[in-house]
Ligand binder design. Sequence first.
Ligand SMILES: [Zn+2]
Length: 366
Amino acid sequence: MRSTNPGFVPDSPLHRELSAPWLEFFEKFPRAELHCHLLGTISRETFMDLVRESEAPVTEEEVNEFFTRGEKPVGVLRIFRALEEHILKKPEMLRRITVEHMASAREHGVRYIEFFWNWTGLKRHFSYEAGQRAIIEGLREGEARYGIVGRLIPSIDREASPEDALELVNEMLAHPADETIGLGIDYRETNHEPENFWKAFLLARAAGLHITLHAGEFGEHWRNVETAMDLLGAERIDHGYTITDNPALMRHARDENVIFAVVPTNSYYLRTFTDEEWAIRHPIRAMKRAGLRIFPNSDDPTMHHVNNAESWRIMFEFLGFSLEEIREMLVNSIDAAWVDEETKIRWSTEWLDEFDRLAAELPKLD
Ligand SMILES: [Zn+2]
């Protein structure tokens, strides 16, 4: 059996042909997904159901186009805007999406998942409290039915105002929940600098919430990664690729033990590199070479046409990382998870033992 090409990444000079036991290995070893946007997990079928249910002015052709990844993929943010504006009118819809993705993620090896969700674009339809309640119902149902644990990271919509961000954090503080463990920021980084949102991050940190930021994506300046780490208190970074433009900052990130939740199917590099360059010049490789702690994630799995297992497999199959390096990434993902120390110690034993046991059974590569 030939391996399929997940996420439509270009064939690369580093490509290894993987046999069935190798494909199965990447589906099986237990792991955490820490960079995944709730709205980026909707299946095409559910998307169509929700369009019908909300009587949204979105045609079937448009939905099909949303799910077309193409060779030079455009970003997915416009799809999220359609969802926020016209489709996700009821909190119950968020519950459904959550449960469905927990089932799917568990099937691909994920045992623990932290979901980003944005309330700012949905507040025209329902309150923060109602949205959070619906997703938590989904998390509890997902855990009970599929044995996967889920947590929430409300995320700042950086295309909205800093005051909207502050409103979000105030809602988080007014309606605390055990499942809501941190604050993130996403949407378009270009012209929406992280420091604009300092008040929201300061307030969240003071309340004991964890902090992560999307930074250094879309080729934006490494300064955004520095701001995230040094000014806003990010414990981990989503993407972070342009840090490779600044060796001193990479050393600093290493010293500070900041972990990077990277995404091998990120649209920006698929779009801007040629197929020949993509694997070789991908900053993920330079990050690892510089000793940064990274691990792969699916980001927007249904829209990137990738599941979590495939995002790990791409690192090995297309980007040239060794099995030993994949194991290091698994350690990184455990350390980066926002769970208590006891859980981390347990995962470090159970998950790594399982990884080693499965790896020992693998046939030699051709
Ligand atoms: Zn993301």
